[in-house]
Structures are given as structure tokens and as C-alpha cells.
Design a protein around this ligand. Structure first.
Ligand SMILES: Nc1ncnc2c1ncn2[C@@H]1O[C@H](COP(=O)(O)OP(=O)(O)OP(=O)(O)O)[C@@H](O)[C@H]1O
Ligand SMILES: [Mg+2]
Length: 269
């Protein structure tokens, strides 16, 4: 099972859009995929067409805190063939405060996901726009494991081509170093996804794009501001489902193969 954390503490850069549509693209390639709404705002849950779980009942936040035990099937909703979601609930707002004071709190999500390796091929975590215990949990779940471990993790960082995004990236990478040192873990970063790119915005966009291209991290994909994505979001569908022939749907298909080269179609000889 591969665990992808889609993370950046900067808001509105496209974490949720990437989590939904990378998940959909992996599912389209035959992977059994679980997309995790790990942001208390719950945007992923609604945008993917799922329902929030009831507060106080069977929900993911209470499961992580050990306040609810039951079958995984009670928490997960099916979106489409091969694509499943762990939806948010209003109790997600209680999760971060509930984690404080617990030893090993950064590993709660990881411990929850690891037994699912026999059920899913890929888990895609939509991290929140903050540097805190939830983000740390997402990144820790996506850490590197021993080479023979059936679980492998990696991080995908959506960014926007503007100056504040460069500074946010620097801060994010610094936090990642602190986390790795503090927990003695190693993380692998697949690379950056430059989102909402608009060359017409002029020098700021193009010069920041150039800075990302020169960055030691790979640029995995560049997505323009596309109406199909906004329409799909409003229709509560993935863009692969809503506009399967669009350029941006193809972009997510290419991203899926980029983050997991084993999924590349066989080249006819
Ligand atoms: N390439 C794109 N083209 C058009 N609209 C997009 C694109 N990427 C994201 N959006 C839209 O921009 C908004 C912000 O994107 P999204 O919610 O994915 O960002 P985020 O990083 O998850 O935000 P937050 O930090 O609040 O969680 C959403 O309304 C989404 O539909
Ligand atoms: Mg989001």
C-alpha cells in the first residue's frame, strides 16, 4: 500500500483538488484507493460527493482517539468503482485538541491506516492548511519505511506560482526537517504540483514558476485554472468523472503515473 500525503500549510493552493483527483486517477488505473479527509473544514467530503459522518457517533475522529471501535465499513463510503473516502465529521474539530498530551500522538493516523494494507493499494491524505498535530499526523503516516515493508509513503506538495507560495514552501520544508529529527523518521517527497498557473498574470507567475523549476524538488505537474475543475467541484464529482476528456483530467492521469511509475501503461513493442 502506498500512502500519499497531500500537504502544504498554505491555504487554497489545491491540496483538496489534488487529493480527490489523484485518488480518482489512481482508482482509474485499477488501484483500490482510500481518500482521507483530514481537514476539519471537510471540503473534500462534500466536493467528492460523500456525506459527513454524524458527530458523536461512528466517525473517523472518534475512532482515532479510541472513543469508538467498530468495523471500518461503518466509517468508509464508496464514491465509485475502486474509490472510497473516509469522510469528515463535526468531531474533526475535536481531534487536534484531543491529541495533545498523548504520547505518540503523531502516529495516531499511521497506526489507524497500517492495518488497511490488506484492503487498499493506495491511501491519499488531504492535509489541513496549518502546521500542527493534524499535519504532523498526515506527514508521519506518509513516512518512508524499510525497503521490504508492504507500506511505502511519499509527500506531494501543491504550490501556486506566486511569491507567498515560495516562502510558504520554505517554511513547510523547515517544519518537515524538525518533524523528521524529532520523531527520527525519514520522509520522501515526490515533488511539487504547481496549481492554478496563469501565465497571463505576468512576471510574478512566470518568475515564480522558473523558481519552482530550479528548485531541487521535482515539478510533477502544472495545472492551469480550469473551469472543468470548478464545475466538477460544484457537481460533487471528480474531474475524471465530470469531464473525462478534459486536459486537466489527463493531467491527473499523468500525475498518477508520475507518483507511481509502476502504473505506467505497458509500452507496446
Ligand atoms: N486547477 C484548478 N482550476 C480551477 N479551480 C481550482 C484548481 N485547483 C483548485 N481549484 C479551486 O480552488 C479552490 C481551492 O482549492 P482547494 O480547496 O483544492 O485548495 P486547498 O489547498 O485544499 O485549500 P485549503 O487550504 O482551504 O484546504 C477550490 O474551490 C477549488 O475548486
Ligand atoms: Mg483543502
Amino acid at each position: 500500500m502506498r500512502i500519499y500525503a497531500i500537504a502544504n500549510q498554505k491555504g487554497g493552493v489545491g491540496k483538496t483538488a489534488n487529493a480527490i483527483n489523484l485518488g480518482a486517477a489512481l482508482a482509474e488505473r485499477g488501484q483500490r484507493v482510500l481518500v482521507v479527509d483530514f481537514d476539519p473544514q471537510g471540503h473534500l467530503t462534500t466536493a467528492i460527493g460523500a456525506n459527513k459522518a454524524a458527530a458523536g457517533g461512528a466517525n473517523f475522529a472518534r475512532a482515532l482517539l479510541g472513543q469508538w471501535t467498530g468495523e471500518l465499513g461503518e466509517l468508509v463510503q464508496e464514491v465509485s468503482a475502486n474509490l472510497f473516502v473516509l469522510p469528515s465529521s463535526d468531531d474533526m474539530f475535536l481531534l487536534e485538541p484531543g491529541m495533545y498530551g498523548r504520547t505518540g500522538r503523531e502516529f495516531l493516523l499511521s497506526n489507524f491506516l497500517e492495518p488497511l494494507a490488506s484492503v487498499f493499494d493506495a491511501v491519499v491524505i488531504d492535509c489541513p492548511p496549518s502546521l500542527g498535530a493534524l499535519n504532523d499526523n498526515g506527514l508521519t503516516a506518509a513516512r518512508q519505511r524499510a525497503a521490504d515493508d508492504p507500506i511505502q509513503g511519499t509527500i506531494v506538495i501543491p504550490v501556486q506560482a506566486e511569491d507567498s507560495s515560495l516562502e510558504a514552501l520554505r517554511l513547510f520544508l523547515r517544519q518537515l526537517v524538525t518533524l523528521q529529527e524529532g520523531l527520527r523518521i525519514q520522509v520522501d517527497i515526490s515533488g511539487l504540483v504547481v496549481n492554478l498557473y496563469d501565465r497571463r498574470k505576468g512576471g510574478i507567475a512566470t518568475s515564480t514558476m522558473a523558481a519552482f523549476e530550479q528548485h531541487p524538488l521535482d515539478v510533477l505537474a502544472v495545472f492551469k485554472d480550469r473551469k472543468e475543475l470548478r464545475e466538477a467541484w460544484r457537481a460533487h464529482k471528480t474531474v475524471l468523472d465530470y469531464a473525462p476528456d478534459s486536459e486537466i483530467a489527463d493531467g491527473f492521469r499523468a500525475l498518477a503515473v508520475r507518483v507511481d511509475p509502476a502504473l505506467a501503461p505497458a509500452v507496446a513493442s
